[in-house]
Design a protein around this ligand. Structure first.
Ligand SMILES: C[S@@+](CC[C@H](N)C(=O)[O-])C[C@H]1O[C@@H](n2cnc3c(N)ncnc32)[C@H](O)[C@@H]1O
Length: 238
């Protein structure tokens, strides 16, 4: 008879990670729409203090790549009016997020098709972040594009070392193609609240702090309130 050994499952519904408590410096507030530079917010936070961060950069690269010749006019106006981030700014944000994340903490990075295809490894160089997954958001809405019309956006899931899922990622219901239609759009780059809520539930415990230093419409704040998490975030435009 074969001696059967019960191996522990690689899937776990228990999150063992306990996030530290954090005292904010004066002027910062939880669950608020802070108007400030995200790098300033990040620099005020201690090392290894935040379990989850979202980052949705305002890519200057997209405007350069699209080069429709009508920058700032007509359709592109809302996009162009927002503060843009070049590669060095994006790298500075990612480096600062890496600094404040706890070990095994997650950074969810929204990324555009061009950077996904041409490479973004440079943004993570010198950090403790590893890419661990990719989620495609099907917007159920057609956008611009010289060739194919754009219907999807991409979310790179990265984790600060040590990289592990068991005991850290506690739900297993998120498909890597996620359909969610936004009906009440208040911001040109608004991201899906339900998907972000599911991700927050997967990698944090109730009450944990979720960071978004370039929050736009503050969709992550809404996701946090829906899920009983504590939001900390800002946008330079307020
Ligand atoms: C792509 S949008 C974020 C959209 C957001 N994820 C949502 O769901 O609505 C990027 C945002 O970054 C903001 N931004 C640009 N530079 C910034 C900076 N230095 N600090 C904070 N926010 C900044 C822009 O104002 C813009 O609202």
């Amino acid at each position: 008879m074969i001696n059967q050994v019960q191996l522990p499952s690689v899937f776990s519904n228990t999150r063992e990670v306990v996030a530290p408590t954090l005292t904010l410096v004066e002027g910062l507030e939880y669950n608020a729409r802070l108007k400030m530079d995200g790098l300033k917010l990040l620099s005020s936070l201690p090392k290894n203090s935040i379990p989850v961060a979202f980052f949705d950069p305002q890519y200057r690269g997209i405007l350069d790549k699209l080069a429709y010749g009508n920058e700032g006019q007509d359709r592109g106006k809302a996009r162009c009016n927002l503060s843009q981030m070049d590669a060095s700014k994006i790298k500075a944000f990612i480096k600062a997020i890496d600094h404040v994340l706890i070990p095994t903490g997650h950074l969810f990075l929204w990324i555009d098709k061009f950077h996904l295809c041409t490479g973004f490894a440079d943004w993570f160089a010198g950090t403790n972040l590893d890419v661990v997954d990719l989620i495609i958001w099907d917007k159920d809405r057609m956008g611009m594009g010289y060739r194919s019309r754009r219907q999807a956006e991409f979310l790179v899931v990265s984790q600060k070392q040590p990289r592990r899922a068991k005991g850290v990622w506690q739900t297993h219901n998120i498909r890597d193609v996620w359909p969610e239609k936004i009906t009440d759009r208040t911001h040109v780059h608004q991201k899906p609240v339900k998907l972000q809520g599911e991700l927050i539930a997967a990698v944090s415990n109730p009450g944990d702090i979720v960071l978004d230093p370039a929050a736009g419409s503050f969709s992550v704040l809404e996701a946090c309130l829906n899920r009983g998490r504590t939001f900390l975030g800002c946008d330079i435009e307020g």
